[in-house]
Design a protein around this ligand. Structure first.
Ligand code: HEC
Ligand code: HEC
Length: 299
C-alpha cells in the first residue's frame, strides 16, 4: 500500500461506519417520533343533524384544506410523492371499503381533527391539526355532520411513508407532528361569531398558518418537497406584496389565483381558499391589516 491509500482506506471505512450509524439513528429516532402514543382526553362535541349543519360542514371541508389532501369526494388523494419527502396520501374518509371503519365515532373525528391523533393514539403525519385545534364546537360539529353523511366510496387508502429527508427532519426536530405541537389539555375551542371583522379573520386565518407560519410571515414550508416555493409573506412588510394590495386585490387573488400584476400564484397555494365566502374574505383582510410587519420567514 502506498501512503495515500494507507490514509484513504481507513478514512473511507470510518466515513462509511459513521454514515451507517447516522442512518440508523435517523431511522430509530424518526420511528420513535412517528410511533409515540398520545393518551389524550377528547372533549365531546355536539353534532347537529339537519341540512344547515351539513351545508356548513361541506363549506368548511371545501375551504379549509380537507379536500386538497383527502380529495374532492374526501375518498383519499396523494398529497406528496417525492423521493426526498416520501409518499403521503390523505386517507379515504368515507365509509366505503378502504375508508373509515363502521364504528368510527364522533370522538375519533375530534381526536384526529383537533388533536392530530388517530384512534390508536399515534400522531398523524402531515394532517395540519394545529390549524384546526381552535375550530369552534359549532364548526367542528358541522364538519362531523358533513363527514358522517359522505357518500361511501370504495377505495383503499394510500400509503403514509415519509421519505429520507422527511425522516431526517423528524429525527432532528425540524419537522414536528401536529400532535407534538398542540397543547392537548389546553385546547380552547373558539367562541367567535362569523362577522367581517379582524377577530373572525384571525379565526379563519388559522387555516393559513400551517404554510404561512403562525405570524403569517411566510417562508419555507417544513414538510414541502424542494420544488415547493416558499409561502408568501402575508404581513404588510416590504418583503411581501400585501402592503401594496387593496381588499379587492386580495379577494380577487384568492378567487382567481392571480396577483394584481396578472402573474399566477403557484398551485401549492390551495385554490380551494377561493371558495371562502364574502364575510370570511373581508374578515381575513381586516385581520391581515392588523398584523405587525415581519420580514419573510421570521416566525
Ligand atoms: C395537508 C394535508 C391534509 C389536510 C389539509 C387535511 N388532512 Fe386529514 N389527514 C392527512 C393525512 C396525510 C392523514 C393520515 C396521516 C397518518 O396516518 O399519519 C390524515 C388523517 C385524517 C384523519 C384520520 C383518519 C384515521 O385514520 O383515523 C381524519 C379524520 C382527517 N384526516 C380529517 C381531515 C379533515 C376533516 C380535514 C379538514 C378540516 C383534513 N383532514 C385536512 C392530510 C391532511
Ligand atoms: C398548503 C400551503 C398553503 C396554505 C394552507 C395557504 N397558503 Fe397561501 N400561499 C402558499 C404558497 C406556497 C404561496 C406562494 C405561491 C407562489 O409563490 O406563487 C402562497 C401565496 C399566497 C398569496 C399570494 C401572495 C403573494 O405575495 O403573491 C396569498 C394572498 C395567500 N397565499 C393567502 C393565503 C391565505 C389567506 C390562506 C388561508 C386562508 C393561505 N394562503 C393558505 C401556500 C399556502
Amino acid at each position: 500500500m502506498n501512503r495515500a491509500t494507507k490514509i484513504f482506506v481507513p478514512g473511507f471505512a470510518l466515513l462509511v461506519v459513521a454514515g451507517i450509524a447516522f442512518g440508523g439513528w435517523i431511522q430509530w429516532q424518526s420511528h420513535r417520533r412517528l410511533a409515540r402514543v398520545y393518551a389524550i382526553e377528547v372533549a365531546a362535541v355536539p353534532v347537529p343533524a339537519g341540512a344547515e349543519a351539513v351545508a356548513r360542514g361541506k363549506h368548511l371541508a371545501t375551504t379549509r384544506g380537507c379536500v386538497d389532501c383527502h380529495g374532492a369526494d374526501l375518498a383519499g388523494a396523494t398529497v406528496i410523492d417525492d423521493g426526498a419527502m416520501g409518499r403521503i396520501d390523505g386517507p379515504n374518509l368515507t365509509r366505503g371499503a378502504g375508508g373509515l371503519p363502521a364504528d368510527y365515532a364522533d370522538s375519533d373525528f375530534v381526536r384526529a381533527i383537533r388533536h392530530g391523533v388517530n384512534r390508536e393514539g399515534r400522531g398523524l403525519f402531515l394532517m395540519p391539526s394545529t390549524d384546526y385545534a381552535t375550530l369552534s364546537d359549532a364548526d367542528m360539529g358541522a364538519l362531523i355532520a358533513h363527514l358522517r353523511v359522505l357518500p361511501a366510496v370504495d377505495k383503499p387508502s394510500g400509503p403514509v411513508k415519509p421519505g429520507p429527508v422527511a425522516r431526517t427532519l423528524l429525527a432532528t426536530g425540524r419537522l414536528r407532528l401536529a400532535a407534538q405541537e398542540i397543547q392537548h389539555a389546553r385546547i380552547k375551542p373558539s367562541q367567535v361569531a362569523p362577522a367581517a371583522n379582524a377577530d373572525y379573520g384571525r379565526y379563519v386565518a388559522a387555516s393559513c398558518t400551517g404554510c404561512h407560519g403562525s405570524n403569517l410571515s411566510g417562508g419555507k414550508i417544513a414538510v414541502g418537497p424542494p420544488t415547493w416555493p416558499p409561502a408568501s409573506n402575508l404581513t404588510p412588510h416590504p418583503d411581501g406584496r400585501l402592503g401594496q394590495w387593496t381588499e379587492a386585490d386580495f379577494v380577487r387573488a384568492l378567487r382567481t389565483h392571480r396577483r394584481p400584476d396578472g402573474s399566477e400564484i403557484s398551485p401549492v397555494m390551495p385554490k380551494t381558499f377561493g371558495g371562502l365566502d364574502e364575510i370570511e374574505m373581508k374578515a381575513l383582510w381586516a385581520y391581515l391589516r392588523t398584523l405587525p410587519p415581519k420580514p419573510l420567514g421570521k416566525r
